[in-house]
Design a protein around this ligand. Structure first.
Ligand code: BTN
Length: 247
């Protein structure tokens, strides 16, 4: 709580040693009328979840948080981009490492995943709410990644030093507040697009319905990805995942 002292946006912060998922705690908070920018944090999660119904592992040393918001309709579609940018900016600041975004919102360092973002939304008494979930591998040593070292990493592995988790948390909140309160959809889109390593790469996209191979050409304002397949057709991918192939 002290770490966020002086940050007026966040008036309510709930911290736990262990919860199933901070997403569920934030949803419950919405139901009981918690204020805008309520932050839920847990040292560990026993049932953390990721995008596309995957599970998300959050052992001690990772940062797991959810932010509850009541966004207007125009802000809602930018929330994933906003969260990705806030985290990328904050990591660059706290750990002095360049972070890339992989569509739709994986946080990568040297091509390895260091964190992810999950946005869920719903209604409570007719009012729209959204929960931004952020999971970052902060101080996890290389042994934790032995089996997946080619696809995952942590901030401490990459920077060669322990990272101050509270400083990182504060940075994320400060950046998120700036993007959310001084909302500028074009600015958010432009910076997010610039940070995407996906554009210009050959990709294989897996959606619920199909597997599409081709060149990741661009993203739209709504966050969807445009892929040009080899037969010249253009595909608009709204949800799914891409594998990058280096040529
Ligand atoms: C992804 O890359 O698929 C998104 C991962 C999001 C994980 C975070 S950790 C905090 C919050 N609580 C959860 O259960 N998930 C998100």
């Amino acid at each position: 709580e002290r770490a966020l002292g002086g940050c007026r946006w966040v008036q309510h912060i709930l911290t736990y040693d262990n919860v199933n998922s901070t997403m569920d705690v934030a949803r419950e908070a919405a139901t009981s009328g918690a204020p805008e920018a309520t932050v839920v944090m847990a040292a560990c999660q026993s049932r953390g979840r990721g995008r596309l119904a995957r599970s998300w592992s959050s052992p001690e040393g990772s940062l797991s948080l959810s932010i509850l918001l009541y966004p207007s309709e125009d802000k809602l579609q930018s929330l994933t981009m906003m969260a990705g940018l806030a985290v990328a900016r904050a990591i660059s600041d706290a750990a002095l490492i360049q972070v890339d975004l992989k569509w739709p919102n994986d946080l990568l360092i040297r091509g390895r995943k260091v964190g992810g973002i999950l946005v869920e939304s719903g209604y409570v008494e007719g009012r729209q709410f959204a929960v931004i979930g952020i999971g970052i591998n902060v101080n996890l040593d290389a042994m934790k990644f032995a089996e997946i070292a080619d696809i995952a990493t942590s901030l401490s592995v990459e920077s060669g030093a322990e990272v101050d988790v509270l400083k990182l948390l504060r940075g994320i909140i400060v950046e998120a507040e700036a993007l959310y309160v001084n909302f500028n959809s074009q600015g958010i889109y432009n910076e997010w697009r610039q940070r995407l390593v996906t554009l210009g790469c050959r990709v294989t996209a897996v959606t619920g319905k199909a597997i599409i191979e081709g060149l990741a050409e661009d993203v739209k304002m709504d966050g969807s990805l445009i892929i040009r397949s080899d037969d010249g057709r253009s595909h608009n991918i709204i949800a799914g995942d891409v594998m990058l192939r280096h040529v």
